[in-house]
Design a protein around this ligand. Structure first.
Ligand code: NAD
Ligand code: UDP
Ligand code: UDP
Length: 316
């Protein structure tokens, strides 16, 4: 495939946090982009600045239903990502991951399009192996409150691999670790958006548990670079590949950092920790660096937080 020619690209979940950054970057690279979204957690505000571009098209559609279009590439991102949102209608979350993957893989099969799945570090569950490598099979509770998301995404990975093996569909799978940045919704429920929203409003900062659990936070621009590199790798590269920033922070450290950066008067309070909340999460990214021409995250947490805080303040 000639990577320089203008391509027709479908981005499902394109009005969401990550999807809207991806649509913008692909348009800037000269491609024609169709953004498909049912606006469950995404918003028109995220992509409003793209609507005048003649190479951009917005379609309101739910990927649990079949969808017909002629495209060269599909980025499959449609799925609520915040625990608050994906647990709101757990059955719908499973349908989105599983039926959505079947429909998008059927579309890729019919059109010979290449398709990339936005999988997640959650496939590792509450991991026994640290940092997580791609060959670790994970520790997931199949009937717990997070299972609609974790098991949905695991089933989607299986569908991708089996469509490749059985039907020769050209697939790529990336496992995304916690990502943050501008265009996260203030009511999104994830830790960085919650803490920044609380800090700029001088409201209490809510740590769940004692704050000793850790996560590794990746700025959205680094993820978008890796996604596009992965999509354009040789057909023999299937993944799954971890994409994340390996520098790990405890949730307590993160809260303090956000209070300091915002000069907030907020006080930190401690609430109950949700069931099955993973204790630790950190990607091993050596496969990504080897496969994606030396790709590594470039944006440090302080720099990324400052950009995200500026975005939240602008919208205050
Ligand atoms: P988001 O909630 O901002 O975006 C998801 C988008 O999908 C929204 O615009 C939503 O309206 C849309 N959507 C949901 N269900 C749909 C359906 N049935 N049909 C059509 N559209 C639907 O979340 P995000 O952070 O941008 O995540 C995007 C993708 O990346 C998700 O698949 C998520 O699982 C994955 N991911 C994100 C992270 C992260 O830290 N942000 C980590 C791992 C994986
Ligand atoms: N599908 C779609 N768009 C297409 C082609 C297929 O949404 O352009 C859907 C189709 O409705 C089907 C699913 O993708 O339910 C899986 O397609 P596949 O060809 O694998 O299965 P089949 O049609 O044989 O059930
Ligand atoms: N968390 C928190 N306060 C909040 C939101 C989240 O302490 O207001 C914690 C949450 O319990 C988890 C971590 O921060 O341990 C990351 O949560 P998030 O929902 O962002 O991502 P995930 O758990 O899916 O990695």
């Amino acid at each position: 495939m000639n990577t320089n020619r203008r391509k027709k690209i479908l981005v499902t979940g394109g009005a969401g946090f990550i999807g809207s950054h991806l649509c913008e970057k692909l348009l800037n690279q000269g491609h024609e982009v169709t953004c498909l979204d049912n606006f469950f957690t995404g918003t028109k505000d995220n992509i409003i600045h793209l609507l005048d571009n003649p190479y951009f098209e917005l379609v309101r559609h739910d990927i649990t239903m079949p969808f017909y279009i002629e495209v060269d590439q599909i980025y499959n991102l449609a799925c609520p990502a915040s625990p608050v949102h994906y647990q709101h209608n757990a059955i719908k979350t499973i349908k989105t991951s599983v039926m959505g993957a079947i429909n998008m893989l059927g579309l890729a099969k019919r059109t010979n399009a290449r398709i990339l799945q936005a999988s997640t570090s959650e496939v590792y569950g509450d991991p026994f192996i640290h940092p997580q490598t791609e060959d670790y099979w994970g520790n997931v509770n199949p009937i717990g409150p997070r299972s609609c998301y974790d098991e949905g995404k695991r089933c989607a990975e299986s569908l991708f691999m089996n469509y490749h093996i059985q039907n020769d569909v050209d697939i790529k799978i990336i496992r995304i670790f916690n990502t943050y940045g501008p265009k996260m919704q203030p009511n999104d429920g994830r830790v960085i958006s919650n803490f920044i929203f609380q800090a700029v409003e001088n409201k209490d900062i809510t740590i769940y548990g004692d704050g000793s659990q850790s996560r590794s936070f990746q700025f959205v621009d680094d993820l978008i670079d890796a996604m596009i590199l992965m999509m354009n790798t040789d057909p023999s590269v299937l993944g799954p590949i971890n994409i994340g920033n390996p520098i790990e922070y405890t949730i307590k450290e993160l809260a303090q950092k956000i209070v300091d950066l915002t000069h907030s008067k907020s006080k930190i309070i401690y609430l109950e920790k949700p069931i099955d909340d993973p204790n630790q999460r950190q990607p091993n990214i050596s496969t990504a660096t080897k496969t994606l021409n030396g790709w590594k995250p470039k944006v440090e947490l302080n720099e990324g937080l400052e950009k995200t805080i500026a975005y939240f303040k602008e919208r205050q």
